[in-house]
Design a protein around this ligand. Sequence first.
Ligand code: ADP
Length: 436
Amino acid sequence: MSPVWRRELRRLVYLLILAVGCGYVFFDRPLEALCLMMGAYITWQWLQLYRLHRWLDQGQTTVLPRTLGIWGAIFTENQRLQQSNIKHQQRLQAIINRIQDSTAALQDSVLMVDASGALEFWNQAAQNYLGLRNPVDIGQPITNLIRTPEFKAYFDKADYQEPLTIRSPINPRIYLQFNITLFGRKDRLILIHDITRLKQLEEMRKDFVANVSHELRTPLTVIAGYVETMQAASEMLPPRWGRMLQQMSEQSHRMENLLKDLLMLSRLETGKTEQPQPIELQPLLEAIRRDAASLSSSKHTITLTIDQDQKMMGFYNELRSAFSNLVFNAVKYTPEGGDVTLRWYTEGGKGHFSVSDNGIGIAQHHIPRLTERFYRADPSRSIATGGTGLGLAIVKHVLLHHDGELKISSIEGKGSTFTCVFPAACLSDNRDEANQ
Ligand code: ADP
């Protein structure tokens, strides 16, 4: 038994003895005096209970009165707990205030959304970029406030590995990049970064490359034309001019190819509005095989296998350019006598165009970077083949434009396989159509 309880028990015993003693000495009625004392004791207990209950009921806002015995200990302990609770709350509030102040000062927007997608918190920047209203929008579904279909699809998909870039719903000139992080029970923390400046720079870069490529075409055509004319009359010139003219002609052709590829890339990047057309794959692939055979000048065995006669919805010129790049690379990087195998097949409903060769192959560490512009696995060799270093970048963009992807596998010294994979949705069977 704790000392408080022992003291309380002792006090009760003393009171009862006192009551019995006084009742006996003064009134000769010890039993009645005992009952009276018991009643007074119980009434006092009830009074303390009532005070405690009233204090709890009033939200613990007042100070508990001092009292005796066990109730005194209970009141003091309650008061102490209340004080430490208040301090704890004040500390938490100070932390929340600091977090709110620091997020308010952030230039990036911060939003917190619960598992059901309802807005819980946002900072001042979010208010400026998204036009949120405090406190009206608290608890509103975020997809009601940012109504762009891309955002809704991105938010609902719950795969936030890649950020999403869209225009601000209140100012279309501002580009916003959304990064979403899941935490707790599918709650979401959304960070929004204004990337308008970056977008403008990217646009400027695209425009610059497109304009320069376009502007350089005419002077280059003139120079190439004159070189050709001079070559035709080379017997009238000193013999060493012949080699110089030959080199000038080769380099101007290289520059023409470079400009052609740069223009193609910028066309792909700017994204066109034209509609995809149905493309017969067999004639397209046959034509590419014939071009490759003429490039190889019968130095390689080039075979084409088409497992399924199909049509594909897409852009003819882009596909021809992408497939040709892969096939010509296979010819360029395969020594004489090698095999180049082209194959169209479907797997898992998806269309595959693969180009395999048993040529020089590519070291593994180069493979992830091959589709970068001007990236070459073996620069000296690639330049010697007359390559621009843009071929695989074009392939990547063409495939992106067709919702496809490029897979590369290669073993150095043994050969490579480049496979274009197209979604099932863009394919149709020629045989099925004929039967309909
Ligand atoms: P390039 O015009 O230099 O061929 P590409 O973008 O088409 O540029 O290819 C990038 C690099 O990838 C090439 O420089 C070459 O090193 C490597 N490459 C592409 N295809 C093959 C292949 N079939 N075999 C070996 N290396 C290849």
